[in-house]
Design a protein around this ligand. Structure first.
Ligand SMILES: [Zn+2]
Length: 510
């Protein structure tokens, strides 16, 4: 059996978030050590789920070290970074003390920014390489929103990015990473990698992989992967609010010992991405048009499924605080019928609801408390329908089997202070999470398929579960740090010029 160390350290960092990401934030989302990782992740649609499933076929004796992630949020603190890197390094040294290691499997995000090193993933890969030495193969998975750096490419043998957004292929990519590592362990392949970074910084509202332009890029990547000389091809869309020089689109091609082929295929894909760039723009509906859609619902037939309205500017999984109340304000102002919203993060309001108890009516200022970038608090009269611990298990398709913890949560039926509009049911949570699964409503006694309007916060992941039940999906953009309007963000470290911010961005750069 080949001895393979495995670890996941994953964070997508929005440096414009007012909430730094410390070790407490990682522990609240998930931190598992050693064999507990296998118990937690076996048969889940996650990278580790894929590692565990494929290890026996490759003859791997998996040595799980750490699996830790946090909901996207602000800069990862120095303490958190040193703590997580320390667990990983100690685990690797302990594994080496017990015998030689044959390989390392990692699940990284690729857009982590830390106070120790802005290239958090490059830093971790270099630490791993320093411990295991140049001859032990290291293969890592990456998110489709990775900002891939030259340092990451140099320190890893192969990087395997997700092919899907919504990310429904985490386990599949974990399995692919396992198979590729198996070839390296057996000495069947010698990776030669090229990375290309066209000067492009698209936002993700039109990055979903079932539509252009990502569909065309992923299709061509898969076509290239059919060539037996090619080991792996990754198209990464990037993550703008990390504000690092490497932010934006990355193309990574790894061939078997054929650097010129890797370079020419990567050039081809970079050119295609650049040529299709305008397809990443737009996709957001104005609030006025969204109002008109709600008014038009009066004449709709029932049973067609909910209108799904998604505010992309306060998306917790892009680092939004989750406490914008703009969607609730909009639904009340437009007298939306039978509407439910997930989520507004507001621990103060949850505490008020808990103190009053189920069945009580409370008067609160909802949301808008984290910073001044996500709109003001909304004064509401709220009937406390239910109180929960905010815990449930995802049903799929994305991250099926994964435990979610919103913290103490109140289901409030809210109306404006003296209004007579139809109430809007709001999941008011203690922690910020992006709704990606119907269970977020069902666990709180709300059947999403029977609602006329669902208000969500997200960018693309919600589509996996919510698009099939919807009559229509409409993206809107309230105030916030996660939207499509990059001119709202005061970039400091980003490389310039870059499309679409700078008219003078050209490709190839000279
Ligand atoms: Zn992603």
């Amino acid at each position: 059996m080949a001895r393979i160390a495995a670890a996941q350290i994953s964070h997508e960092t929005n440096v414009f978030s007012a909430t730094p990401t410390g070790i407490a934030e990682f522990e609240a989302s998930g931190l598992f050590l050693g064999p507990a990782i296998v118990d937690e992740m076996r048969a889940s649609n996650t990278e580790f789920g894929g590692f565990i499933a494929s290890a026996p076929a490759e003859g791997f004796d998996l040595i799980p070290i750490v699996a830790v992630w946090a909901t996207p949020s602000g800069l990862v603190t120095g303490d958190a970074m040193r703590h997580m890197a320390g667990i990983l390094e100690t685990g690797l040294r302990d594994a080496l003390a017990a015998g030689p290691l044959d390989g390392v499997l990692l699940a990284l995000h690729g857009s982590m920014v830390s106070a120790v090193d802005p290239d958090g993933d490059g830093y971790l890969l270099e630490r791993v390489r320093a411990i295991v030495g140049p001859d032990v193969p290291v293969v890592s998975t990456l998110d489709l929103h990775a900002n891939v750096s030259q340092r990451m490419v140099a320190a890893a043998d192969i990087l395997v990015g997700y092919d899907t957004y919504p990310h429904v292929d985490m386990a599949e990519r974990g399995e692919e990473a396992c198979r590729l590592l198996g070839r390296l362990v057996r000495g069947e392949a010698r990776p030669a990698t090229a990375i290309r970074k066209p000067p492009m910084l698209p936002t993700s509202q039109r990055m979903t992989t079932d539509r252009m332009p990502m569909r065309a890029l992923i299709d061509r990547a898969h076509q290239f992967e059919e060539d037996p000389r090619v080991l792996a091809v990754t198209i990464s869309g990037g993550f703008p609010p990390a504000d690092v020089p490497e932010a934006g689109v990355s193309i990574i091609v790894t061939t078997n010992d054929d650097p010129p082929l890797a370079a020419s295929l990567a050039d081809d894909l970079a050119r295609l991405a650049w040529d299709l760039r305008d397809g990443f723009l737009g996709g957001v509906t104005s609030w006025d048009d969204a109002s008109a859609m709600i008014r038009a619902m009066d004449s709709d037939l029932p049973g067609a499924g909910p209108l799904v309205l998604v505010d992309i500017a306060d998306n917790p999984w892009t680092g939004g605080p989750g406490d914008s109340a703009e969607l609730v304000r909009f639904l009340l102002a437009n007298r939306a019928p039978n509407a439910a919203v997930a989520i507004v993060r507001d621990p103060e309001t949850v505490a008020a609801a808990v103190a009053a108890g189920p069945g009580a009516t409370i008067h609160v200022l909802l949301g808008g408390k984290t910073d001044s970038l996500h709109g003001p608090s909304l004064p509401v009269r709220a009937y406390v329908r239910a109180l929960t611990d905010g815990k449930f298990v995802n049903d799929g398709p994305m991250m099926a089997g994964v435990h979610v913890d919103l913290g103490p949560t109140a289901v409030l039926s809210v109306q404006s202070e003296h209004g007579d509009e139809p109430p809007v049911d709001v999941l008011v949570t203690t922690r910020a999470e992006t709704p990606i699964d119907l269970m977020i409503f069902r666990a709180h006694g709300i059947e999403p398929t029977r609602r006329r309007v669902l208000g969500l916060k997200g960018k693309g992941h919600f589509r996996a579960a919510f698009e099939p039940i919807s009559r229509r999906v409409v993206l809107v953009e309230g105030p916030g740090i996660t939207g499509s309007d990059l001119s709202r963000l005061a970039f400091r470290r980003l490389r310039r010029p870059i499309w679409p911010l700078d008219a003078d961005a050209v490709f190839p750069a000279h």
